[in-house]
Design a protein. Structure first.
Length: 129
């Protein structure tokens, strides 16, 4: 079952921060030098060290143990997504929609695992399995 997102922002407000990433998300951002994104990503390396992802190379990816979305450029945890934008039309837009991380792409509030949350989603209310 799928739904058409109404861009209300409820998902991003509730789940758009404090998420874990995967190295496959970082590769295109590194290749395209997306410092606007990488400066909001914290990585932990297998040796226990931490750093902001801006400045990483593809060669660093195998040494990454964990990826944290989203942080301020100084490494402090954020409690909102830095790419969430509510516009004058009342809809919410993702400023990195064309390259957003897998955790965002894969989020589907109408699936059984998110059933309770899906009941609050205007796009899937009344049709949640």
């Amino acid at each position: 079952m799928t739904q058409n997102c109404r861009q209300c922002g409820k998902c991003c407000e509730k789940w758009g921060w404090d998420q874990k990433g995967i190295p496959e998300d970082l590769a295109p951002w590194i290749e395209k030098n997306r410092l606007d994104i990488l400066s909001h990503v914290l990585v932990r390396f297998t040796n226990g060290g931490y750093r902001i992802a801006a400045g990483l190379t593809l060669g660093d990816l195998p040494r990454i143990d964990r990826i944290f979305y989203w942080v301020d450029p100084d490494g402090r945890k954020r409690y909102s997504c830095p790419f969430y934008e509510r516009r004058d039309d009342g809809k919410v837009y993702c400023r990195i929609h064309d390259t957003k991380p897998a955790v965002c792409i894969g989020f589907a509030p109408w699936t059984a695992i998110w059933h309770d949350y899906g009941l609050n989603c205007p796009a899937c209310r009344d049709t949640t399995p």
